[in-house]
Every structure is written in structure tokens, then in C-alpha cells.
Design a protein around this ligand. Structure first.
Ligand SMILES: [Ca+2]
Ligand SMILES: [Ca+2]
Length: 170
């Protein structure tokens, strides 16, 4: 069974902005056109492995390591049990990145994935990271799953996931 649909998402994130979120670093002059194919790890990085349709962040530090993190999602992600269960991917900020980050290979050091558990629940139709709802110093994550059956067919739900420093399971 194939999980997810492979496409590439180009996301240019100035590493300095990840490291010093809240006090953006002006990187100087940019050319009028930047070709995304030239993003090579020194000027940003590429995320691939999912048909990501929603992105949020950098805006919060879910593991409290001093680097802001991002969240992306693919509502059509398939799991072993469920077609269209949906998934969200949290990528940890850090001081340096390779040119390519594969979302399906996130691990304890690079991030994790939150997956839906209902057929066509489409977890990740909306995502957000940032803010600290329980005041523990860790940014929290919000994942919408509009078609999951909770109190009725396709009643939908949103999940608030608390940030923490101990590892998240994939
Ligand atoms: Ca972090
Ligand atoms: Ca929190």
C-alpha cells in the first residue's frame, strides 16, 4: 500500500528566521526573481513527500528547543486503515538543514507526523502552530479534521495537541 502521494513542495525559509523567530533578521537584498530550483540548503530547503495543502509557521516552538517549528498537512494522506485519513507534519526548526527534508522520513530529531484515524476524515484540512494554550512554555498545535465522525456522520473535529520536549511518536 502506498502512503501519501509523492510530490515536491518548495518552501523557502531563511534559516536565520527559524533560529531567531520573533526578531526577524533582515537578510539584505534579494534579487527580483529567485528560482525555487536553486534552493539548496544554504538559502532555504525543500520539503517533499506529501501533497501538502496547508502550512503554518514558523510561529511557535513545540519542543522548546529555541527554534520555531512549522506544520504542514496533506488531508488526503492514506494510512494502513483508512483512505483519506489525513496527516499533518511538524518539522522542527534547527540551525542548519539539508537541501531536502522528506516528510515521510521525519524522525525524533527532525519532526513527527500526526495522522487521522477515520476514513476520509481528512485530518489536516486546516493546521496551525503557535500560541501556548496551557501555559507550559511549549507552543501547541491545532489540526482540523472536518469529516471525521464524532457526534454524527461527518460532524468533524479539531484537535489541539500540546507541545512537549519528550519525543513525539511518528
Ligand atoms: Ca522547536
Ligand atoms: Ca503549551
Amino acid at each position: 500500500m502506498k502512503f501519501g502521494r509523492p510530490i515536491c513542495l518548495f518552501l523557502m525559509i531563511a534559516v536565520a528566521d527559524l533560529a531567531f523567530a520573533g526578531s526577524p533578521v533582515l537578510a539584505g537584498d534579494f534579487p527580483a526573481v529567485i528560482k525555487l530550483k536553486d534552493i539548496d540548503g544554504t538559502n532555504g530547503f525543500r520539503l517533499s513527500g506529501a501533497r501538502t495543502t496547508h502550512l503554518s509557521g514558523p510561529g511557535g516552538d513545540v519542543n522548546h528547543d529555541g527554534f520555531d517549528d512549522i506544520i504542514l498537512s496533506e488531508p488526503g494522506w492514506n494510512t494502513r486503515c483508512c483512505e483519506g485519513a489525513g496527516a499533518a507534519f511538524v518539522v522542527y526548526g534547527r540551525a542548519s538543514f539539508p537541501s531536502l527534508v522528506k516528510l515521510e522520513r521525519l524522525d525524533r530529531g527532525s519532526g513527527f507526523r500526526l495522522v487521522g484515524s477515520s476514513p476520509e476524515g481528512r485530518a489536516g484540512e486546516s493546521v496551525a502552530v503557535g500560541g501556548d494554550l496551557n501555559g507550559d512554555g511549549f507552543a501547541d498545535m491545532l489540526v482540523g479534521s472536518p469529516h471525521v465522525a464524532t457526534i454524527g456522520r461527518e460532524s468533524g473535529a479539531a484537535y489541539l495537541v500540546f507541545g512537549k520536549s519528550s519525543p513525539f511518536r511518528k
